[in-house]
Ligand binder design. Structure first.
Ligand code: GCV
Length: 690
């Protein structure tokens, strides 16, 4: 007994000593990991002496893409015990972009073969081989083929030509339009390499809130310079097109897509672009949305507009990506219903080279939304899913929120329209609004790099588990130390749900402060259009909270397939995570766990804050195992996140309590300030706000 107690005492002392002194010792001895400013992303710092692998190119190849594949293997492939050979082979199973990795055995020994039908497949195969070996895979056991599930995997940059990035939190735009095309920053190639390493094959360079100037001759030349850099990496450039350009640039009296002079103007513009950029991808269009011009200005339909542009691009092999993000105050019932109402009746009316791009959920990139009802509901139309990689509504660059679970949740969501059909299986394209800027670490924080990474990995293979992707990212970014993996994996995996919990649990959404969307504003009720106000979304009052989207309310559930709609019709069969998205319920509504809705809401706010504290503790535990610059920046950001999670929780609870006059459950702390204090917070310089 005594001995046992004594031993426990020593162990306890040792643990306390280690916790206090070890990080200091590690710091004094110098960081274990090499200092990194994050520039090298998941691709790792180049080894001081490259591994002397034997790499054999396909005979007689002069392809720049194959040269890049060879260079990548020389630079990044750790030592493997056999030669690596790149082979072009006409294997239809590989598709246009796929690759195979396998071991060939002969009398002379073993060779590691990367096979593909096209040179881009060899580049993707080279990156996959490097990833496999760097994440601990055995090169001697390789036998895989991989081809992308979705043909078009794009980043959408919301970059203005003056260098401002709308909803960007990583500095100014990467594109220095001022010095292009004369100066081609080497960073453009590094960007392309990073994208190719994860299979991104298209980028839209400019903001969907587009300036017509992007289509002028000088800007076409600048775009062409970027396209030249990206081409060997398998990346096609697209431009956002402003529908009023024929008026603004061409002096035409109208931009009506049905007008022959307008169609001719676009045809000539397309010809002009293709003369400089023969593989130009096409146009992305935001029309009749948030003040952008469009066909509806003339009584024409979205299909009229898209098809007119599609005709201009078709003979060059270009594509029109037409966004379905539309809403107007002319429909007072429910903003969540408007894209479906406008686009679903147009199914089958879009040209073959049109893709309709649908946001992942029916409102606007909230921390959690149900899948958009258009997925699966337009079987005769090519669809793209649009996600936001930049964290407009998830804490900007400073909050750690790994978005793999968010992306995967939508991609795996059943549409209910056909047995086994998921959102992912309906897609011709996946687009992510980029989180990239001119910050040295590209994305404003090291963990935001993981969101670029996981977006692209899931675009290639939507069946990947977000946790597996997190682990491969961690190993490539921070190294393979088990203690780092053990601490960082749960941090990442819990992080998005934490943001949901402290900003809008149980399906609450759009509670953000006006304009910049930084911080809470659930009380905002004085903006010109009803659907701009948070009160429109939560509908909280003395007796209850939530948006009734069932038949007794806006009936938005009727836009889903019958089996899904039937489940959403009743609170008891609606997933708790989406409860208040679909239902208006009394504050004392009994929840499955036994408590009331109010208690469950508070519990989730508290859980969100507690999870951030747990993330901070985990991060503290890896001090010294991660290089100091990246450790320190993340630690500081987690401190910001902890403070702001508490702010969100306190402000929200203070507001809800001002409506329901209910006490907090026992053990739940009172908000730090009164409601008025939260209402008075102002952030005129918050980044990313146009
Ligand atoms: C590019 C939201 C954002 C806007 C963005 C818009 C869109 O409303 O706040 O900044 O505009 O979505 O997706 O078009």
């Amino acid at each position: 007994m005594r001995q046992g107690r004594h031993r426990r005492g020593i162990t306890g002392w040792a643990v306390r000593f280690c916790a206090a002194v070890l990080p200091l010792l590690l710091l004094l001895l110098g960081p274990v990991a090499r200092a990194s400013d994050g520039y090298s992303l998941w691709l790792g710092e180049p080894a001081p002496t490259p591994a002397a692998n034997r790499i054999e190119a396909p005979a007689g190849s002069s392809s720049p893409t194959i040269a890049l594949a060879m260079a990548e293997l020389r630079r990044s492939l750790p030592r493997v015990p056999m030669p690596v050979r790149l082979v072009l082979a006409d294997d239809p199973a590989l598709g246009d972009e796929g690759f195979g990795l396998r071991i060939a055995r002969s009398g002379k020994g073993q060779t590691l073969l990367i096979t593909a039908r096209r040179d881009i497949g060899l580049l993707y195969g080279a990156f996959a081989l490097v990833r496999h070996v760097r994440t601990g895979g055995d090169p001697g056991e390789l036998a895989l083929t991989s081809r992308p599930a979705v043909p078009l995997r794009m980043l959408n940059h919301w970059d203005n030509i003056d260098g401002f990035v709308e909803r960007g939190y990583a500095g100014r735009s990467l594109w220095d339009w001022w010095t292009l095309p004369d100066f081609v920053d080497p960073r453009y190639a590094d960007y392309a390499r990073a994208n190719a390493s994860v299979g991104i094959n298209a980028v839209v360079l400019n903001n969907v809130n587009a300036s017509a100037e992007s289509l002028t001759a000088p800007y076409i030349a600048k775009t062409a310079a970027l396209a030249d850099v990206f081409r060997p990496y398998g990346i096609r450039v697209f431009l956002s097109a402003r529908l009023s350009a024929p008026q603004e640039l061409g002096g035409l009296p109208t931009a009506d897509p049905r007008n022959p002079s307008v169609a001719a103007w676009w045809r000539e513009k397309a010809d002009e672009i293709y003369r400089s950029i023969p593989d130009f991808g096409g146009f992305l269009v935001k029309a009749n949305s948030e003040g952008q011009p469009g066909p509806r200005d003339y009584g024409a339909s979205h299909a009229d507009g898209a098809n007119m542009l599609a005709a201009a691009l078709a003979r060059h092999g270009g594509t029109v990506i037409w966004r379905a993000f539309v809403y107007a105050d002319t429909d007072p019932t429910d903003r969540a219903k408007q894209a479906y109402a406008e686009f679903q009746p147009l199914d089958g009316r879009f040209a073959d080279n049109v893709i309709v791009q649908v946001k992942n959920g029916p409102i606007d990139f909230q921390p959690r939304e149900p899948a958009h009802p258009l997925f699966g509901a337009m079987p005769a139309t090519r669809l793209a899913a649009e996600f936001q990689i930049t964290k407009e509504y998830l804490g900007f660059a400073t909050h750690l929120a790994y978005l793999g679970p968010l992306f995967a949740e939508t991609l795996a969501a059943p549409t209910g329209h056909r047995p086994g059909q998921t959102v992912a299986s309906t897609l011709s394209a996946i687009a992510g609004v980029a989180n990239i800027g001119r910050d040295r670490d590209w994305t404003g924080s090291v963990f935001n790099q993981a969101n670029w990474y996981v977006f692209a990995r899931l675009a290639w293979d939507p069946s990947l588990a977000p946790e597996a992707v997190a682990r491969e990212w961690i190993v490539q970014t921070f190294g393979a130390e088990p203690a780092v993996l053990a601490a960082v994996t749960p941090m990442m995996m819990q992080s998005r749900e934490a943001v949901v919990d402290y900003t809008g649990p149980l399906g609450l959404a759009h509670l953000f402060a006006t304009g910049h969307h930084y911080g809470p504003g659930p009380w905002v009720d004085d903006l010109a259009r009803p659907e701009w106000n948070p009160v429109y979304y939560h509908r909280a009052g003395p007796s209850g909270i939530g948006f009734d989207r069932t038949a007794t309310g806006s009936n938005a559930i009727a836009q889903y397939a019958p089996a899904i709609a039937a489940r959403l019709a009743r609170p008891e069969t609606t997933p708790p995570e989406l409860l208040l998205w679909f239902h208006h319920l009394p504050w004392d509504f009994p929840m499955p766990g036994g408590g009331t809705l109010w208690h469950e809401l508070v519990r989730r706010y508290d859980r969100g804050v507690a999870t951030v504290h747990a993330m901070r503790r985990r991060w503290a535990s890896v001090r010294g195992r991660i290089d100091e610059p990246r450790w320190h920046k993340t630690d500081s950001f987690l401190a910001i996140q902890a403070r702001e999670a508490a702010w969100w929780r306190d402000a929200s609870l203070a507001y809800w309590m001002s409506l329901n006059h209910l006490p907090l459950p026992p053990g739940s702390a009172a908000p730090a300030h009164d409601l008025e204090w939260y209402r008075q917070q102002r952030f005129p310089h918050a980044p990313g706000n146009p």
